[in-house]
Design a protein around this ligand. Structure first.
Ligand SMILES: [Fe+2]
Length: 395
């Protein structure tokens, strides 16, 4: 339905006002005529007008003042100034400040007047259409942005789930300690919280880095990873590549870029005798230092194919012994400040989640289970120490 074309006419001289009103009404416009500019402003407060025609010389306020106030009330209205020729120089102000669409001279030429008003309505209609389209584009952009964000989150979530599943398979292949990586990631996060880290992104990065620490073992051959006896030089070299391999793997996943540094450094030692780079102390990112604390605790307190789990106290004694050499002493202190019950609670939470998943039907592929079982029966001793004499454990 076409909108009513409504025009506000302001002129303090009654005969001129009536003449204008008749002319515009005859042309089919709805006309509101006001002799007083203050009254005209009230009309503008009541309802929208597409076009406004105003005299320049009026009592109470100048045309410039009136038009500035009219613009503030209805910025989109197209404004026309109708003025006597001798007022033209004064009207310059109105042109400069009020954004006048056209100035017309009195006495007017009827054809010119109606032509100008027609143009004013058409301009209003075009601008209005433009505003509507812009609003549609903006709202669609906002919708699209929200949709993108949701998709990004979904991709991150799915990627995390996929990696989590892969990690569970790798854990089983390597140590037969299923959910080792999940436990260690929760332990590492808890130590980080104890150290005063509150930033959600940083905590998440640390947790993900710890979860994925051994993802690079995907590239280590079974013959090396599951070898029952000591590794030779070449095999050991292959094993030591797994942090770098894991790091490289995660470079393609934008939201894991920061976590990948923890993966790269997870075998470094506080005293600089780890690998792959022999970094020392603060050169190693905090997440990797705290991971080492959590990993040591989990290794001592979990059953492994070649030895039984040891109690919490035994782990604490061993971790305090290697604080400052293998492990970051501050990380060990933070660990020791937390009660044993809390570590047990985290452990049982991880196991509960894992059991629920198994009820849903998720288990690592059978072939890998069988391989592991077979390898585990042969594997009676831990993998050999690094040839450079460092006593870092292979984790
Ligand atoms: Fe490792």
């Amino acid at each position: 339905m076409p909108e009513i074309e409504r025009l506000l006419v302001v002129d303090d001289e009654a005969p001129i006002l009536h003449a204008l009103q008749r002319t515009f009404e005859a042309a089919g416009y709805e006309v509101i005529a006001c002799a007083d500019p203050a009254e005209a402003l009230d009309r503008l407060r009541e309802k929208p007008f597409q076009v406004l025609s105003a005299d320049y010389m009026m009592p109470g306020m100048t045309g410039a003042e009136f038009l500035a106030q009219a613009k503030a009330l209805q910025p989109e209205t197209i404004r026309i100034l109708l003025t006597a020729a001798h007022d033209f120089s004064a009207a310059v102000d109105a042109v400069n400040n009020g954004e006048i669409f056209r100035i017309l001279a009195k006495p007017w030429n009827r054809v010119e007047l109606l032509g100008t008003v027609r143009q004013a309505f058409d301009t209003y209609a075009l601008r209005e259409k433009n505003r509507q389209l812009t609003a549609i584009v903006q709202s669609q952009n906002a919708e699209l942005a929200a949709l993108n964000k949701g998709l990004e989150r979904l991709v991150d979530e799915r990627t995390t789930n996929l990696l989590d599943g892969m990690v569970a398979v790798l854990d089983y292949r390597d140590t037969e300690t299923q959910w080792h990586s999940r436990r260690v990631s929760r332990f590492t996060r808890r130590i980080a919280e104890q150290m005063g880290i509150r930033d959600a992104y940083e905590l998440r990065t640390i947790e993900m880095g710890a979860l994925l620490h051994d993802i690079g073992k995907i590239g280590v051959r079974d013959a090396v990873l599951l070898k029952p006896g000591p590794l030779d030089q070449e095999e050991w070299h292959e094993m030591r590549e797994h942090p770098r391999l894991g790091w490289a793997l995660l470079q393609r996943i934008e939201f894991l870029r920061d976590a990948s540094v923890i993966v790269l450094q997870h075998q470094e030692r506080y005293d600089g005798r780890g690998y792959p780079s022999g970094l020392k102390g603060d050169q190693i990112v905090l997440g990797a230092r705290l991971f080492a604390v959590a990993d040591t605790y989990d290794a001592i307190t979990s059953d492994r194919p070649y030895r039984k789990a040891q109690p919490h106290e035994a782990a604490v004694i061993e971790m305090q012994r290697v604080a400052g050499t293998q492990l970051d002493p501050q990380g060990v202190s933070a660990f020791c400040a937390i009660e044993e019950q809390e570590w047990m609670r985290i452990r049982s939470e991880v196991e509960k989640i894992s059991l629920v998943e198994q009820e849903w039907g998720w288990t690592p592929p059978k072939r890998i289970f069988e391989q592991i079982r077979e390898a585990a029966t042969k594997q009676k001793q831990p993998i050999s120490q690094p040839p450079d004499g460092a006593d870092a454990k292979v984790g």
